[in-house]
Design a protein. Structure first.
Length: 290
């Protein structure tokens, strides 16, 4: 299902923006944001529209999308109800964007979900296929479907919202980590593949962010790790920074980059910290259940 908007032609008005930015001024630029019904995607859509972009949002919940489009500043916005785990969704979205907007200057692949659990538990393989199918293949299929429109709209950008779980493995998160590790590697390769076509590809790698799909209750209740939890507003800012300034990657908050560095430059320190975190989680879970 999709809603075709009354599209407003891009304005020629200029906006004052920092020197050297890539996709700014943003007025009249077309942005596609997936997973926009809540959390990070919703915040990204609101911020892009506030800066003058025409935004097409996608997600599975039509009521949320309709409400979001009504809330977005400016005009010409649209939505597409789609489940990116369904291979047919990418073509449906790309046809809508081409027909309704005629351009795509920015694609933000944000849609994703998690099914926690160990791989030796029942249903683990099915969970892996479902999570990777949306988090990785959903982004890959939509990128492929919009690729020629992105090239025709160049300079353009693709920002893939991955996770620090695409760099650091988590206990009980095999499916999610696999999807994000795949997204990170694919994005870094795509960064070089598409540069000659003036399509910038970059990554935003958030740490834990409390959202409807990822409430982060355990971390928010932790005496230490609650200070490392970020916000959708910070991730949205990083998405725009990666797109505008042609950055390959941005970790949110930046302190998580130290953990990534420790994995490569101080493996024993990283392994020790990971073991401590796992033991701490087990201890806290045991005490809370008792």
């Amino acid at each position: 299902m999709l809603r075709l908007p009354t599209v407003v032609p891009p304005s020629t008005d200029a906006q004052t923006t920092p020197a050297g930015d890539f996709l700014t001024p943003r007025r009249g630029r077309v942005a596609v944001v997936t997973g926009a019904s809540s959390g990070i995607g919703r915040r990204v859509a609101l911020d892009l529209a506030q800066e003058g972009a025409v935004v097409c949002v996608t997600a599975r919940r039509e009521e949320r999308l309709r409400s979001l489009v009504d809330e977005l500043p400016g005009s010409g916005h649209s939505y597409v109800v789609a489940d990116l785990g369904d291979p047919a969704s990418a073509g449906m979205i790309s046809r809508h964007v081409a027909e309704a907007h005629g351009a795509c200057h920015l694609l933000v692949n944000n849609a994703g979900f998690s099914r926690p659990g160990r791989f030796d538990e029942p249903g683990a393989l099915e969970a892996l296929e479902a999570v990777v199918g949306t988090n990785f293949f959903g982004a890959a299929r939509l990128t492929a479907a919009l690729l020629e429109l992105l090239a025709a709209s160049a300079p353009s950008a693709i920002v893939n919202v991955a996770s620090v779980a695409g760099r650091l493995a988590l206990r009980g998160g095999a499916a999610y980590c696999a999807s994000k590790f795949a997204l990170v590697g694919w994005s870094e390769s795509l960064h070089f593949d598409l540069a000659p076509r003036r399509i910038h590809v970059g990554l935003v790698e958030p740490g834990p962010v409390p959202t409807e799909g990822f409430p982060q209750r355990e971390l928010l209740g932790h005496p230490v790790f609650r200070f490392a939890v970020s916000t959708p507003e910070r991730v949205s800012l990083a998405v725009r920074e990666v797109a505008d300034r042609r950055k390959l990657r941005r970790t949110v908050p930046r302190t998580y980059a130290l953990l990534v560095a420790a994995r490569y430059f101080a493996p024993p320190l990283y392994a020790g910290a990971q073991r401590w975190f796992i033991k701490d989680r087990l201890r806290r879970n045991t005490s809370s259940s008792g």
